[in-house]
Design a binder for this molecule. Structure first.
Ligand SMILES: *Cc1c(COP(=O)(O)O)cnc(C)c1O
Length: 382
């Protein structure tokens, strides 16, 4: 098809072409990639649990106990007592009556929004929401409206106009490309005032925010009345794979009946559920990982400000440096790479036009020296 080639050429010319690097090492801060050793600042393994020996052992033991494949969907016979125990532990962790595992966060978001909303309903989404939340809105066939980023009064204005319809408000907890935190208390109050449900996807907040790693809702002390639909993913700070929805008994039972990406897919391997159970324990008890992250973030922000780099308003391990131009972002990435540093350059359509950025992320496995190395390399790459 000639249109494929034309589009590939256009992407290359616009510095928007995407390609994969081949890694030869386990997840961690020191990686071997495309044949080179590099210090990585682009993983979402914020707590350094993806290659933690206890988590690895739990998965190995899980594979020995349960086999590798789960063999069927949850509703056929893929739902083991390992999955079930993880769901109960996630419910206790989030302080919600029930939790439901999904194979990925992408599928959880598609499944939940499309199960809860349909034609004639309204879905309100923050303008910077993750792609999976936007795709969930599209799949639902509800009328979708985007509100100004992190702006509860802009949301209120839109909600007021639809006072007689069923409404779902959807937001990231921590925004994945900006690192800022949604104003959840204001969004929760506004949603309640207008009889709208609030759904928060805290993929980047769990493990990182809150005294016990309970994410945004723990940090703001928001209960199920404030945030009735809470999404978490297991592939980021948990260091494993999968996702969950936490909420009321009724919500979870409804999703089991109606969420197509839940029903029509193979259950994730029970061994992965066992690994997630191990990482959930570490995540809740090893507070030093969150404290270490905060120290690294402060060190980086101080150093980057001294270099005159444009930081974003983020207190999370996602610390993007705003560059603007796609080509400039790619060339800085290249210069950093030559100095042994791996960082991803994020370009449109993942972020709005003209806001290309270097997305720096930190892990509890980084050291103070690693951050100094990064700052020195950034200085050389300007
Ligand atoms: C990564 C991410 C997802 C997708 O989760 P996966 O388990 O990787 O599919 C969903 N929402 C947000 C905000 C994310 O950052």
């Amino acid at each position: 098809m000639p249109k494929l080639q034309a589009e590939l050429v256009r992407l290359k010319q616009a510095h928007l072409y995407r390609s994969r690097r081949i890694s030869d090492s386990a997840t961690g801060v020191c990686v071997h990639i495309d044949g080179q050793k590099r210090l990585s600042f682009c993983s979402n393994d914020y707590l350094g649990l993806a290659n933690h020996p206890v988590v690895v052992k739990a998965m190995q033991a899980g594979a020995a106990r349960w086999g590798v494949g789960s063999g069927a969907s949850h509703l056929v016979n893929g739902h083991t007592s390992a999955h079930h125990a993880l769901e109960e532990e996630l419910a206790a962790f989030t302080g919600r009556p029930r939790a439901l595992l999904f194979s990925t966060g992408y599928m959880a978001n598609m499944g939940v929004i499309a199960a809860l909303c349909g034609r004639g309903d309204y879905v309100f989404e923050d303008r910077l929401n993750h792609a999976s939340l936007l795709d969930g809105g599209l799949l639902s066939q509800a009328r979708m409206q985007r509100f100004a980023h992190a702006d509860a009064s802009a949301l209120a204005e839109k909600l007021t106009k639809q006072d007689n319809s069923e409404k779902l408000v959807v937001t990231d907890g921590v925004f994945s490309m900006d690192g800022d935190i949604a104003p959840l208390p204001a969004l929760a109050a506004t949603s309640k005032q207008h009889n709208a449900w609030l759904m928060v996807d805290d993929a980047h907040g769990f493990g990182v925010l809150g005294k016990n790693g309970g994410g945004c809702v723990e940090q703001f002390a928001l209960g199920i009345d404030d945030v009735p639909i809470l999404i978490g993913t297991l592939g980021k700070a948990f260091g494993t794979f999968g996702a969950f929805v936490a909420g009321s008994e009724e919500l979870i039972e409804y999703l089991i009946q109606k969420a197509r990406p839940y029903i029509y897919t193979t259950a994730l391997p029970a061994a992965v559920a066992e690994a997630s159970r191990a990482s959930l324990t570490l995540l809740q008890t090893e507070h030093w990982r969150r404290e270490k992250l905060q120290a690294l973030i402060k060190q980086f922000r101080r150093g980057a400000a001294e270099l005159g780099l444009e930081l974003m308003a983020s207190e999370t391990p996602i610390q993007p440096l705003l560059i603007g131009d796609n080509h400039k972002a790619m060339s800085m990435r290249q210069k950093l790479q030559q100095q042994g540093i791996l960082i991803s350059a994020i370009r449109p359509p993942t972020v709005p036009d003209g806001t290309a950025r270097l997305r720096v992320t930190f892990s509890a496995e980084h050291t103070e020296d690693n951050v100094n190395h990064l700052l020195a390399a950034l200085e050389q790459s300007l």
